[in-house]
Design a protein around this ligand. Structure first.
Ligand SMILES: [Zn+2]
Length: 373
């Protein structure tokens, strides 16, 4: 093979997942600039993975097995990164005896994508049908996200019994995510000159009741499919007041409620109404959480194959997109999420290998990890 040239990338999917990670990281693909990498992925799959049906939508590439298996799993990774900050090309480095690949995209999330590409080519006879998805524009607004576009153009491609997003999770399973609600809670009164305050009705004083409820609120820890989600209810802002000599007639407390995925958005709204009776409540943002779905038999086999203790995910990822479509989903990918988007972004080589071994063991049937391919 000639040396790899990032300007004219030719991917050999039989390379190790570490080498593939390095190669696809060196092909710069900041959001909006994914075409070269998407082209290379399609070319490699067409040549090296004839068992896959390939669909391309913009710079999103979908590759599917059609083996007539009883169940189907969607496995997805984005191919874009946040902007560079002098952190390409990649390089290998060893810190405290741990080997890393350093550079933009190594953690978020081209190591995960590289593992997926390798397995897509090698697992010709998986025990479930697989829909591999590599998509553009994850690191920017949701309306640009390749999966948003694909869901509009080809919703049938999302049909699956379980989904895995390869976002960095230290090669541990992170399931589901909390829902998120913001509400503006208002109390009203009557304006008056503060020199004759007794003829008015002070709205700001009524905020005390709202704040008291918040200060004494016992946030729940809720077990959902075996994972414990910690909720939170907090004031994140307060406004009110007219002038230094006016009894105020309105106060608004801005409240943020992070709720466990066992609770629907509607139930979260009802909970806010029950906590603050008599106040004017406006819901200004509401995103459903995502159940981890780890109680499904398919997921149980995944847990057994991968090992380790699954953890809840607190932030929102594309996992919630699958969940909203009725597909239970988890994050599972190499890299420390705390290094995502960092200037010293770097992924542990061992985590890349662990992630590959975990997915391979599960998809090829658990007890014969090397059998497929
Ligand atoms: Zn990411």
């Amino acid at each position: 093979m000639p040396a790899f040239d990032p300007a004219h990338p030719v991917l050999d999917l039989s390379e190790s997942s570490v080498v593939l990670t390095q190669q696809i990281c060196d092909v710069e693909s900041v959001s909006g600039n994914e075409t070269l990498l998407a082209d290379a992925i399609v070319a490699a799959l067409e040549q090296q993975a004839p068992h896959l049906e390939i669909v391309r939508d913009g710079d999103t590439v979908v590759a599917r097995t059609n083996l007539g298996r009883a169940q189907r799993v969607a496995i997805a990774g984005h191919i874009d990164t946040v902007p560079l900050n002098d952190n390409l090309p990649t390089r290998y480095e060893t810190i405290d005896g741990v080997e890393y690949l350093w550079g933009r995209g190594t953690v978020d999330m081209k190591a995960g994508t590289a593992v997926q590409l390798k397995l897509a080519a090698e697992l010709v006879n998986p025990e479930v049908d697989i829909t591999w998805m590599w998509y553009d524009h994850e690191e920017v607004s949701n309306d640009l996200n390749g999966l948003t576009r694909l869901a509009a153009n080809r919703p049938e491609l999302f049909a699956a019994d379980f989904a895995i997003l390869g976002e960095p999770s230290n090669s541990q399973i992170e399931g589901g995510c909390n829902g998120n609600l913001r509400a503006e809670i208002r109390a009203y009164g009557l304006r008056a000159h503060s020199a004759r305050g007794w003829v008015g009705d002070n709205a700001i004083h009524k905020a005390a009741t709202i704040l008291d409820t918040l200060a004494h609120y016992q946030a729940r820890e809720v077990e959902v499919d075996g994972l414990v989600y910690r909720e939170g209810l907090n004031a994140v802002g307060i406004t009110g007041g007219v002038a230094g000599n006016v009894i105020p007639d309105e106060v608004m407390v801005h409240v943020n409620y992070r709720f466990a995925p066992s609770r629907s958005g509607e139930e979260a709204v009802a909970h806010i109404h029950e906590l603050f009776p008599g106040f004017d409540i406006r819901i200004v943002d509401l995103a459903e959480g995502a159940r981890p779905g780890l109680d499904a038999p398919l997921a149980q086999r995944f847990l057994a194959a991968v090992g380790g203790e699954p953890k809840p995910k607190y932030g929102w990822t594309d996992v919630a997109r699958f969940s909203a479509m009725g597909v239970p989903a988890v994050n599972y990918g190499p890299g420390d999420p705390l290094k995502a988007h960092a200037d010293d972004e770097r992924v542990s080589l061992q985590q890349i290998r662990d992630c590959e071994a975990g997915l391979r063991a599960w998809l090829s049937g658990g007890d014969s990890p090397a059998a497929a391919g």
